[in-house]
Every structure is written in C-alpha cells, then in structure tokens.
Design a protein around this ligand. Structure first.
Ligand code: SF4
Length: 476
C-alpha cells in the first residue's frame, strides 16, 4: 500500500481563505486551461473562490471550449441496474440505510438480474452500471455471478451489454482481482466526503463505512487487484463543495503519481430526497449546492481535468442536465430506475413520465429526470449531440494509462466520434421511434461530412452503410 495520507484537511481549507483571483490572475488561469493540459491545485482553489457572475461566465465559456475541443459533440449513455438495496451501513443521507424501516428490501436473483438486463437492452442500452448497498448478500462472489448473467443476457435482436461498470463498497485486493477477471469496465466508489472530521458525522460508528481511511484507499487496493480503470466522486451537500473539489484533485493526483493513471471518471451527485430519510430533505442538507454553483463546479473540473469523464445521473432535472452537458459532462445515465427490479415494475420504460418529485418504493433517491431513452436521444439530436453507446476502447484494451495516452493529444475526438456514430446508427436501426430515427439519420449524414480526412470519411461511410444493411458491433 502506497501513501495513504494524501488529504491534508487543514491545507485544503486554508487554500480557500480569501483566495479569489485578480482579473489578470483569472485570465492567466483560463488561458492556461485553453491549452488543454489541466490545472494545478492552486489554480483550482482560486477558481473555486470566484463569485462574480461575469467571471463565472468566463469559466463556463472556457469549459465549453475545452469540452468541445476534446469530446466534440459526443455524449455517452448508460443505465444502472440496482442489484440490491439491503445495506449494513447507516449513512444518514441514504434511502438504503439500515435503519430505514420504510424501505422494502430486495436482493435480485440471477434470473431477475437477467430480466432487468433485458429491459435495458430492449430500450437500446449497451452499457450498464451494476450497483447495490453494502451487504454480505451482495459480496464479491454474488457480484461475479451477477456480472456473468448480465453479460450473458441477449434480447430478440441479438443485442448484449457490451460494458459493465460496477459501483460497489470498498473490498479487499483479492475481491477486486475477482471482479477484474470478469471483464468489468470501470470500478466506481465515491468517498461521499473527503473531510475526515465531517465524514464521521454522516457515517455512524460501528458500521463498515465508518472507516474513512479504508474507503479512501479503496482505489489503491483496486489497482493492486489489477483494476486500473477507476471512477471517484463526492456527494454534494455534506460539506463545503470547494473543499471537496480540492480533495478530489488530490485524490486524482495521488492515483496518477502512484499508479501512472488518474481516474477515468468523476461523478457528482447532489443529495436528493429519499424515502424515510429526513436528512435528505432540502431543509436539512448542511451545505446545499445551488444550480449556479453546480454549473461552476462542473466547468472547473472540466478545465482542470480535461481528459477525465464527468458523469451525472438522473438525479438532475432535464433542464439542468442539458446545461451541464454543455459545460463539461461527458456521460449521463438515461431512463434509470434506482430500485432493485425497477425496470421490470415499470415495463420497458418507453412511455413518457411526467417530471415530478414523487415518492419511491425501494429506491435510493428520487429521480429528477423521468424521460425515456428515446426522449433523451431525441433531445440530444435537437441539440446537435451524438448519443454514444461506444465501448470500443474498453474492448480493444485501450484503458487506464493507454487510454490517457490516446486521449491526451486530443485524438479522442477523431477516434471516438466514428465509434459513437456507429453505435448511434445501431440504436436508430434497432430501437428508435420513427421520428427519432428520421432526424437521427439526418444528423449522421451531416456528421459524415465533417471528417476532413477523405480516407477516414470513406471508412465511416462504409461502416454506417454496413450497419444499415444489418451488420452490428463495428468499431475502430
Ligand atoms: S450510501 Fe451506500 S453504504 Fe451508505 S447506506 Fe446507502 S447504500 Fe449503504
């Protein structure tokens, strides 16, 4: 185990004292950001202290530039499968916490996992995130079987899940090695809060999760178990968001220095109301993050860690998600259910559901975005975005440091764009509504004209044509 002490609480809070940049400092930092090489901790501390509307807008504009330069208009889609909501922990903000008697508990059988997977496939999904509470019933051996069953499921069109990421409680090196052997994509675990003092208040003693350091070092053990593709994150609302961002930067730096590769993704959930969980109600959240600050956060991370994927979930409302995509988010979940067996209860989730904060049964939190996958994709097309279900890098072994080497020179845009277009075409052929298909095909035609290299353009056209004729799973 390498250095465990990479969060210096006093230093990080100290960096936030009266640290707003002067106009020339701000311009220097943003000019540096436009070189797409990232920012250091001091730069980020200054940006986090910016409060002035006009200056925030400059940060947002810079983030939009960086996002466009690196990712183009691509946006990766996925959906979670909650395999269980039993949990031995008592995190005060979570609907799955042990003492929540209002929640109906369930651990999916392998047959039920297959059923949930089929619902995702029939919507058009190709990327799944397996997620659950921490329970001996959801241990690594169960997850191995769950992953196998999820990968094995095949719908009537022959589609399968091509990448499974997992979001699971910290484990031993041996257990991580078991997951790695099952071809997982990213291993995700959020620290929730990096503040060790406040952490103790939200994660009661006597539960496994009370051990701050064991959680903080889970990515080190994952690396030792062979997993070099990891996702980190915080739950906003617990402590000052500015501290969390600096700590997250330190975590990323630690991974890069000690293992040669920073996190593949970062995630930023905000606390949302959960059934039977009074702490999660807006009036009880200690440090709520406003929409304005949330946009600023996403923009700062986009320019500070330009090659790291930023994920947001269906916790966020559609209008907010659309703005966040512009300023930095590169992956979103869509048409999600957050209770075990939720897709089967909801059918194929293709019917439009009105946006409203409804109560939930068995769910971890309430959803802000109830749109079906087809609706999300339709709106993405209207905004000129390319919906992507691509898993090409993962399946060609371009992960971890190899992926970063590919991404850093900016190749991601030209490399990933064709693959995104291929998966988009598959979706349009197999799962889209007629209206979505019509405008999607129009967008693909326009996109094909944007390749400047004639040879690449021909290869892209060729593959798109083959997919139209029935071939599947083509990627560079
Ligand atoms: S946040 Fe995770 S560990 Fe905590 S109660 Fe919820 S499911 Fe359990």
């Amino acid at each position: 185990m390498r250095n465990q002490n990479f969060i210096d609480r006093d230093k990080l809070y100290g960096m936030l004292d009266n640290n707003a940049p002067t106009e020339s400092q701000l311009n220097d930092i943003l000019n540096k950001a436009r070189k797409l090489k990232g920012l250091n901790l001091e730069d980020v501390a200054k940006l986090l202290c910016v409060e002035n509307e006009a200056d925030i807008q400059k940060i947002l504009d810079t983030a939009e530039y960086c996002k466009d330069e690196i990712y183009g208009r691509r946006l990766v889609l996925f959906a979670p499968i909650y395999t269980g909501n039993a949990c031995v922990n008592n995190c005060v903000y979570c609907g799955f916490r042990r003492d929540n008697k209002a929640l109906k508990r369930k651990i999916l059988t392998l047959d039920e996992i297959e059923t949930e997977t089929l619902h995702l496939l029939r919507m058009g999904h190709k990327r799944a995130l397996l997620i659950c509470g921490e329970s001996p019933r959801n241990d690594a051996n169960y997850m191995v079987e769950a992953i196998r069953r999820c990968y094995a499921a095949k719908d009537e069109k022959g589609s399968t899940i091509r990448r499974i990421n997992v979001e699971l409680a910290p484990m031993s090196v041996e257990d991580y090695a078991k997951l790695k052997a099952e071809r997982i994509g990213t291993y995700v675990c959020f620290q929730e809060t990096y503040d060790p003092v406040e952490y103790a208040k939200f994660h009661p003693a006597g539960t496994p999760k009370a051990d701050y350091l064991y959680r903080l070092t889970c990515m080190d053990r994952a690396q030792e178990g062979g997993i070099n593709d990891v996702g980190i994150g915080v739950l906003f609302g617990l402590v000052d968001y500015r501290f969390e961002i600096l700590a997250l930067m330190e975590h990323a730096r630690h991974l890069e220095e000690d293992y040669g590769c920073g996190p593949h993704t970062v995630s930023f959930p905000r606390i949302e109301p959960a059934e039977g969980t009074p702490f999660s109600l807006p009036e009880n959240i200690p440090h709520p993050v406003s929409d304005k600050d949330f946009m600023k956060i996403i923009a700062i991370i986009r320019i500070a860690m330009p090659y790291t994927g930023i994920i947001i979930s269906t916790r966020e409302r559609p209008e907010m998600r659309d703005k966040l995509v512009k300023y930095g988010v590169s992956q979103i979940s869509a048409a999600s259910e957050t209770n075990p067996g939720g897709y089967d209860e909801e059918g194929d989730n293709t019917a439009a559901k009105p946006y409203e904060k409804t109560g939930t049964t068995g769910a971890q939190f309430t959803l802000g975005d109830h749109r079906s996958l087809d609706e999300v994709i339709s709106m993405m097309i209207d905004g000129g975005y390319i919906p992507s279900f691509c898993t090409g890098c993962y399946r060609k072994g371009r992960v971890g440091a190899d992926f970063m080497d590919l991404a850093k020179p900016g190749l991601i845009k030209e490399f990933c764009k064709p693959n995104a277009m291929f998966t988009f075409r598959e979706y349009l052929e197999d799962y889209a509504s007629p209206a979505t298909k019509e405008k999607g095909l129009r967008l693909l035609k326009e996109l094909t004209q944007t390749f400047s290299k004639e040879e690449l353009k021909k290869r892209v056209e060729g593959n798109l044509c083959k997919i139209g004729e029935g071939e599947r799973d083509l990627y560079f």
